[in-house]
Design a protein around this ligand. Structure first.
Ligand code: NAD
Length: 510
């Protein structure tokens, strides 16, 4: 069998657990017929993309001190979209000074009620411009328009609305204590949910009276600059939020700036560790939202069809570019064949392609670098003896794409079971008892999220209390709400975002 055929059997080693569990071939295939064929429905609303995006410092769009710009491309076409300003240490110094001035002069003194009004205005303007923002998010990042339109943008607005509501109620959030703002906060975010990560960080920081210097990821800076435009139009006082664009060097300069009071970072565990080392002993506060390797556990009494949709949503949603993705599937051995059969048949119906098409399920991988990383890890899975299934779907000729995939015959020591792939690749393992499921689920250096599928509420509570994961979904997956805290254990970081807990990293309690 050829290496790139839908089912590629590794020749070096035999799958370890495949022989012990029921065979998929014994379960009849599902026939989805032609119900899933749709005519192309590309999003046609025109959006204005600037040739160049400047830095947003002190309420103005300014050229970078170096005069340098880098290219942002559409990962679905590899075509250039815009040139983005490369900020250096001098720009960061200007941004931090603007944030400090705004903190001392305006925002730090403003009443919670007035801060709340500003945040409500921003939330409403995000709603008004959500179509434009969703299209830009999809063009710059590669995610399907139905996700940016129906998931990301509603949540972005919801976070601003939610924290706008807290701005004048901080005394009620922390009864018996008085909450004081921290000062100037540096925030660094990744490329998988660009606007959502910006909202998760900016909204609580501002609600608590801090000012912000935000650095978006280098491959997805465009929507952050449109958000800056909204801040300007909403009348947010100058310097309250400053947005500086650039790569890891820009992030390092922000972390190292002496007048920053706190760093909030979301990104890889590798970079998170570097930041933790750099800040040790500096007195600066730190929160880290890092990687994950979540277990999605399917018990034999689970509603299987719903669970299969939950597995699809858990790993193929947003091309698997999700820190809390259910990337390890743990299936009770007795239903293994049924689950795998349904999963395989359902995967064949997933539409991979033009992210701007409203029917697309799986869009483009965010960058060539990320595509290479996914491919390298998938190759390692094959090398180590796991068995790969890939949806046989056609892929577009240009752009960065990866077929929805899963591995069976995975053991806990395989890299695909241990490392974050951050792509549409699932590692399937089996278990025989709830205790074994818990042991396997917790057998990871991460602890961000997990899923449990079962008919029994008692099993959900018992298992959830034993899982070492910050977020646990029961009979659903990848559901977010601004009122609900999110964050990890172990190498998935510390601190919580969302909900009342999401206020804590942005206040000093006295
Ligand atoms: P990354 O760590 O490479 O980059 C994240 C951000 O940090 C980018 O803005 C980048 O420019 C910047 N950066 C890079 N090197 C830096 C340095 N030395 N100092 C300061 N800043 C630096 O991560 P990524 O590839 O953009 O994102 C994917 C990772 O993010 C995954 O591991 C994913 O799990 C994680 N993530 C976690 C959460 C969460 O809430 N836990 C949410 C989304 C993404």
């Amino acid at each position: 069998m050829k290496k790139n055929s839908p089912i590629h059997r590794a020749t070096r080693k035999k799958p370890v657990s495949a022989a012990a569990v029921p065979d998929i071939a014994d379960v009849p295939a599902l026939d989805f017929g032609s119900a899933w064929d749709f005519a192309p429905a590309p999003e046609s609303t025109p959006v204005a993309i600037q040739d160049r995006y400047q830095l947003f410092i002190g309420g103005k769009f300014v050229k970078p001190a170096s005069g340098q710009y880098f290219q942002s491309i559409n990962p679905a076409t590899e075509q250039p979209l815009a040139r983005i300003a490369q900020a250096n240490a001098a720009d960061i110094d200007n941004a931090v000074k603007a944030a400090r001035k705004a903190y001392d002069g305006v925002w730090g003194k403003m009443s919670g009620r007035e801060r709340g009004k500003c945040l409500f205005r921003i939330a409403r303007m995000i709603q008004e411009r959500s179509r434009e923002l969703a299209i830009l998010e999809t063009m710059d990042g590669g995610k399907p328009i139905k996700e940016s339109r129906d998931v990301d943008l509603p949540l972005v607005a919801a976070h601003f609305f939610y924290y706008a509501g807290w701005a004048d109620k901080l005394d009620y959030a922390f009864p018996g204590k008085s909450a004081r703002s921290i000062g100037v906060v540096g925030q660094i975010i990744p490329w998988n949910f660009p606007l959502m990560m910006a909202a998760w960080k900016i909204a609580p920081a501002l609600a608590c009276g801090n000012t912000v210097v935000l650095k978006p990821a280098e491959t997805t800076s465009i929507t952050a600059m449109h958000l800056a435009q909204i801040f300007q139009d909403a009348g947010l006082p100058d310097g309250v939020v400053n947005i500086i664009t650039g790569d890891g060097k820009t992030g390092t300069a922000l972390v190292d700036h002496p007048d920053i009071d706190k760093i909030a970072f979301t990104g890889s565990t590798e970079v998170g560790k570097k930041i933790a080392k750099a800040l040790a002993g500096s007195g600066k506060k730190l929160t880290l939202e890092l990687g994950g390797k979540a277990a999605n556990i399917i018990m034999e009494d689970a509603p299987i069809d719903q669970a299969v949709e939950g597995i699809i949503n858990g790993i193929y949603f947003n091309q698997g570019h999700v820190c809390c993705a259910g990337s390890r599937l743990l299936v009770e051995e007795s239903i293994y064949a049924q689950v795998l059969r349904r999963l395989r048949d359902r995967m064949r119906t997933l539409r991979v392609g033009d992210p701007l098409d409203k029917n697309t399920d799986i869009g483009a991988i965010n960058s060539r670098e990320q595509l290479n990383r996914i491919s390298e890890l998938v190759d390692s899975g094959i090398e180590e003896g796991a068995e790969l299934f890939q949806s046989p779907c056609a892929l577009p000729g240009s752009g960065y794409w990866f077929r929805p995939s899963f591995f069976t015959g995975v053991t806990a020591s395989h890299r695909v079971a241990r490392e974050e792939i951050f792509g549409p690749v699932l590692s399937v393992m089996t278990f025989r008892t709830p205790a074994e499921a818990i042991e396997r689920a917790n057998n990871t250096c991460f602890g961000l999220s997990a899923g449990i599928w079962t008919d029994k509420g008692s099993k959900i509570f018992k298992m959830a209390s034993q899982l070492r994961a910050g977020v646990i979904w029961a009979n659903t997956y990848n559901k977010f709400d601004p009122t609900s805290p999110f964050g990890g254990y172990k190498e998935s970081g510390f601190g919580r975002e969302g909900g009342l807990h999401g206020l804590m990293p942005y206040v000093v309690l006295e």
